[in-house]
Ligand binder design. Structure first.
Ligand code: SER
Length: 341
């Protein structure tokens, strides 16, 4: 029997690149990708087929679906939170309408195959909106259903798409009495800020963490756009991809919801800077908070309660803050920039 096909959108992004490596290493799926920009050769070799194009292009998506039996969709393509504030309407188009297109493709595939296509969707800490810094400090680790009042277009988009996914899984065409087996199977993870040693994010508001690390590793000065006391949770990229793959393989009977928080550690921006300075003693990091971007970070919780994920599908991060920096980020990043010199 041929291996099932996985469709990855936004494959050329931060999560996508790590995911492609892992899917290739594990060897259980053949991978087809869609991204606005062509994949570099290093990643193309991991894929059965790669398409350069826009997820807003329905014709392209229909073509991809017509050529492959897609059993799993990782829908990673999105405009992140800072980028979304620069162009909210475009963010809505890509993040909501684009997701709707992919849900339609996955739904049609589920009917065609006669079994639920698993639709894995990265959501975000941005779906939360803490009313004040005092409340943020007081609340500590927030559960999935609390503070769902985002202050960014990106956060609104992610929250709404979680609902769309839940709707498609449980209620789509309910008047037409569509058999359960023919509906898609949506599973979503709310990520904290992600830090990768391989890539630097673009257009996010948790970017101060990875940016200060990558700047220091290249000997460049860095001005942080949030102050030293700003605090949000983070996670090392390998853990983020482990979370996606673990949720993908989780037994559907054990899943009590379609949305799951995951997290690993919660440093302040100042504590990240201290770790970076320890690894790169010459690092020139200063703090020049930007009012809007700081407000966005302050609206995100200081920590996320991920007990639902731990209980339902055995989530546990492999990288706490020490391991993340000492065993993954610092050594990998040193190697990365030494090689590119
Ligand atoms: N990393 C994202 C952002 O900063 C949050 O999900 O927009």
């Amino acid at each position: 029997m041929s291996k099932p096909v996985v469709l990855v959108t936004g494959a050329n992004g931060e999560i996508g690149r790590t995911l492609l490596q892992r899917l290739h290493a594990e060897g259980n799926y053949r991978v087809v990708t869609v991204d606005l920009t062509p994949l570099p050769e290093k990643y193309r070799q991991y894929c059965l087929e790669t398409y350069a194009g826009n997820i807003m292009d329905r014709y392209l998506l229909d073509q991809v679906a017509a050529h492959h039996e897609i059993e799993v969709v990782f829908h990673l393509a999105a405009l992140l939170s800072t980028r979304g504030e620069r162009d909210p309407e475009l963010a809505h188009q890509v993040n909501v309408e684009g997701t709707l297109h992919l849900l339609r493709v996955a739904q049609n595939q589920s009917q065609r195959l006669g079994r639920p296509v698993r639709f894995i969707f990265p959501s975000s800490i941005a779906v939360y909106g803490m009313p004040s810094v005092e409340e943020k400090t007081r609340a500590g680790a927030v559960v999935e259903d609390a503070y769902n009042t985002p202050i960014t277009m990106y956060g609104c988009n992610k929250l709404y798409c979680e609902h769309l996914g839940r709707y498609f899984t449980n209620y789509f065409r309910q008047l037409g009495a569509l058999a359960n087996a023919a509906r898609l199977d949506f599973r979503s993870i709310r990520f904290p800020g992600l830090i990768s040693a391989e890539t630097v994010p673009t257009g996010g508001t948790s970017d101060f963490g990875p940016e200060m690390l990558h700047a220091a590793a290249q000997g460049q000065a860095y001005k942080s756009f949030v102050g030293p006391d700003a605090r949000i949770p983070f996670m090392a990229m390998p853990d983020a991809v482990t979370a996606l793959l673990t949720l993908l393989e989780a037994d559907r009977e054990k899943l009590t919801d379609t949305v799951y928080n995951v997290t690993a550690f919660s440093p302040t921006a100042g504590q990240i800077a201290d770790r970076v300075r320890k690894a790169f003693p010459g690092a020139d990091i200063t703090f020049e908070p930007d009012a809007v971007r700081s407000k966005i970070v302050d609206s995100w919780p200081a920590d996320m309660d991920d007990s639902r994920a731990r209980k339902d599908w055995g989530w546990k991060p492999a990288y706490d803050v020490d391991r993340a920096f000492d065993e993954y980020l610092i050594p990998t990043i040193r190697k990365r920039y030494a090689e590119s010199r």
